[in-house]
Ligand binder design. Structure first.
Ligand code: A2P
Length: 316
């Protein structure tokens, strides 16, 4: 199993199970199946609304001696309504309670966007808190405390662009060790990936398969169909595998982590088997050539009339 090495010697399995959009009632068996099949990295977040059920699956796997806690790499994220310095640890403690864990392997600021306490998803400008009121550097102090208390072995961010990372790097005491962002062959994130590598920040690709199960409200009508790309289909035929496996393998070849979501046992297994695919440099170049710089999770839901966030500011 490919791993990403951290400075302190810890190793994160590069391929993890995504759980965004995994519904209650199905995520328990998805996580249990994944662990039984050999997954050792589960990516979570409280806003996905399923951490309690994931916690039951993890606890059972440990209780049944399928794995130990130390075998697992569990990531979760701080939701936008808990960005105030003093809200970070309580939010983390709630996640730990739901996941039935004493610590996380990795805790991330989910978005560089703050919203009012208790609001899951903002609908009006009044629901937001600007970054002038709560800068991400203040939130980061809470994340550093989480690391110092041993509640999170590693800390990082998600959905941060280069400018947001530079700002954090300039002010932090403990450096962020991960940036988790959308990444797939139609949105390859070349500049951001290079920046992260140059600054010793690991990179996790979310929505690697294009997140076709996103709510319609988060979709554009003219989105390109990643899984139907002719270059990827040809590669899949050549390797006698699926397009999804080619995409996952491509991510692994770029030395990033990748977290395909599935609640289907067959596809959970299929995705794991992507580890066995070897792509040549010519094949990797042919995938490099199909980049469309097309962001699927475009963040428009953070931009409301009169609100403090703009798309340019968000992704810069
Ligand atoms: P399912 O959960 O029914 O398997 P992403 O990881 O980019 O968010 O994509 C998740 C979507 O891709 C879900 O709809 C998931 O469906 C589907 N999916 C997961 N694995 C595969 C696969 N190997 N082939 C095709 N679709 C997949």
């Amino acid at each position: 199993m490919r791993k990403l090495r951290f400075k302190n010697g810890h190793a994160m399995p590069a391929l993890g199970l995504g759980t965004w959009k995994s519904e209650q009632g199905e995520v328990y068996s998805a996580v249990k199946t994944a662990i039984e099949l050999g997954y050792r990295h589960i990516d979570c977040a409280p806003i996905y609304g399923n951490e309690q059920e994931i916690g039951v699956a993890i606890a059972e796997c440990i209780h049944e001696n399928i794995i130990t806690r130390e075998d697992l790499w569990i990531t979760s994220k701080l939701w936008n309504d808990s960005h105030a310095r003093t809200d970070v640890i309580p939010a983390l403690q709630k996640t730990l309670e739901d996941l039935q864990l004493d610590y996380l392997d990795l805790y991330l600021i989910h978005w560089p966007v703050a919203i009012k306490k208790g609001i899951d998803f903002p609908t009006t400008a009044n629901d937001f808190v600007s970054l002038n009121e709560i800068p991400t550097t203040e939130t980061w102090e809470g994340m550093e405390e989480a690391a110092k208390l041993g509640l999170a072995k590693h800390i990082g961010v998600s959905n941060f662009g280069i400018k947001a990372l530079q700002n954090l790097l300039a002010h932090c005491t403990i450096r962020p060790e991960m940036n988790q962002v959308e990444c797939h062959p139609y949105f390859q994130q070349g500049a951001l990936l290079s920046f992260c590598k140059a600054n010793d920040i690991h990179f996790t690709a979310y929505s690697p398969l294009g997140s076709g199960d996103r709510p319609d409200a988060f979709k554009a009508s003219d989105e390109p169909a990643l899984l139907e790309d002719p270059v990827l289909i040809k590669l899949a035929e050549k390797h006698n595998c699926s397009v999804a496996q080619i995409i996952i393998s491509w991510n692994l070849h770029r030395s990033t982590s990748v977290i395909p979501k599935s609640v289907n046992a067959g596809r959970i297994q299929e995705n794991l088997e992507s580890e066995d695919i070897s792509l040549s440099s010519e094949e990797l170049q042919s995938i490099a050539n199909i980049d469309k710089d097309y962001r699927l999770v475009n963040g428009k839901f953070w931009v409301v009339e009169g609100g403090p966030y703009t798309l340019e500011g968000l992704w810069s």
